[in-house]
Design a protein around this ligand. Structure first.
Ligand SMILES: Nc1ncnc2c1ncn2[C@@H]1O[C@H](COP(=O)(O)OP(=O)(O)OP(=O)(O)O)[C@@H](O)[C@H]1O
Ligand SMILES: [Mg+2]
Length: 403
């Protein structure tokens, strides 16, 4: 046999081998999925204790108890220990009741008004594992629980956000069912309206992702070469798709892939605000430096081409922060000294509650408190709520509302 034929044979073997590995892994994953994760139809959001429910509504706990007794049709569960526990539906009824009886200037159902624009928050950084998906998933759920109408948009071909929300990218998301369907260049392009799915949290919808999103990275260079005058530029396609459902939401949260390709650039130009997740370690910060330089270059090109480069806010969020870690603290101090108030006050703490919940594809808002050591869970939730509350204030500020 010649060397050439040898090489060819080994190439075939490799293809075959990888194919077999892929099939075997897929079968195993499916079995694992069936045994570990509840099907999406069975995913639920837990009930909330009085203190939490009061916080979500925005009233004192005592007041919540008083008014809950007065609202007709409200049937609040009590636990075996006699504690009340509120469902998301209860909380919604209470909000609507308060708006009906309360003072006009106080809004409990916080939907945006006519002069308040849709907020599109893109969560990005090209560093893998910087906490983008964890941040996006919890932020979108938090805002929905606070009463906003939220769309979570999974722009990552890895589709971790969809998986976390119970939509397994290989099993539950078919062809042309990701946002790719609404931004593709060919005749199969469809309306984003057909791609939106309800989730188990009222007020929170999802456009799931899967590997087909990669197609956009491949199609775009070709489309750029063939582009005809008047055709929407690639970075406008996502924004144009979102425009179709603009009226139905208050906030869109976009989870970006860990690279700076056409998808992330589309999210950047569609966004009204940008959240950059940073794990405070030297290597991560060095890579973020490159990320920022590239973003600036790309945005300049977008600007030259007439695209949107105006933002309401940009914030850096410190993720997986360990307060007892000296070097991390130094790095946070360093970031704050450079970026000033652009770094969110609250960091997202590293906690086993988040990583453990993630193992069964759940968020902190879904898992039951009883699954964890109480202090671990409470500290985790407190950190998450503080981060999300700070972002909510930025959203309100963008609408011109008082904090
Ligand atoms: N606050 C936290 N505490 C503990 N673990 C965390 C925390 N935030 C994220 N993690 C874990 O770190 C890992 C990476 O997080 P995540 O998937 O959110 O990052 P990402 O930036 O979206 O990654 P990718 O670049 O691959 O999309 C996950 O396993 C997640 O469970
Ligand atoms: Mg991710």
């Amino acid at each position: 046999m010649t060397a050439m034929a040898d090489e060819k044979a080994s190439v075939f073997t490799l293809v075959d081998l990888i194919e077999r590995h892929s099939a075997a892994l897929a079968a195993q994953l499916q079995a694992h999925h069936v045994s570990t994760f509840p099907p999406v139809a069975k995913k639920t959001i837990r009930h909330f204790q009085p203190a939490e429910a009061a916080k979500l509504v925005g009233v004192k706990e005592v007041y919540l108890r008083q008014i809950s007794e007065k609202i007709e049709g409200l049937d609040i569960q009590t636990t075996t220990g006699g504690r009340r526990s509120y469902s998301v539906e209860d909380i919604d009824i209470i909000r609507r009741h308060l708006d009906k009886v309360g003072r006009a200037e106080r809004m409990y159902v916080p939907h945006r008004r006519d002069h308040e624009g849709l907020q599109i928050i893109s969560v990005m950084n090209f560093k893998g594992g910087s906490g983008k998906t964890t941040t996006a998933a919890h932020l979108a759920q938090f805002l929905a629980l606070r009463g906003y109408r939220v769309l979570a948009l999974d722009l990552d071909p890895q589709a971790s956000l969809s998986a976390l929300y119970g939509h397994q990218p290989e099993l539950d998301v078919g062809e042309n069912e990701t946002i790719y369907g609404a931004i593709r260049y060919d005749d199969h392009k469809r309306s984003i309206k057909e791609l939106v799915r309800k989730t188990y949290i009222p007020g929170l919808d999802l456009v799931p992702g899967n590997l087909e999103l990669m197609e956009f990275e491949h199609d775009t260079p070709r489309a750029l070469m063939k582009r005809q005058a008047g055709e929407a530029l690639f970075f406008e396609r996502l924004g144009n798709a979102i425009d179709e459902i603009e009226a139905e939401y208050d906030v869109v949260v976009i989870d970006c892939p860990p690279q700076l390709g056409y998808l992330t650039l589309s999210a950047l130009t569609a966004a009204t605000s940008v959240l950059v997740t940073v794990h405070p370690q030297m290597l991560d910060v060095m890579s973020m430096n490159q990320f920022l330089a590239m973003v600036a270059d790309l945005l300049r090109e977008v600007q030259t081409a007439g695209g949107n480069v105006d933002f309401a806010w940009l914030r850096y969020l410190i993720t997986r922060f360990e307060p007892a870690d000296g070097p991390q603290n130094q790095m946070v101090g360093y970031l704050r000294s450079i970026f000033g108030t652009h770094v969110l006050n609250f960091p997202m703490l590293k906690t086993t509650a988040v990583s453990d919940a993630g193992i069964t594809n759940q968020t902190l808002y879904e898992v039951e408190r009883g699954q964890f050591t109480r202090s671990t869970y409470d500290r985790a939730l407190d950190s998450m709520d503080s981060v999300n509350g700070e972002i909510e204030q930025l959203i309100k500020k963008a609408w011109g509302r008082a904090a």
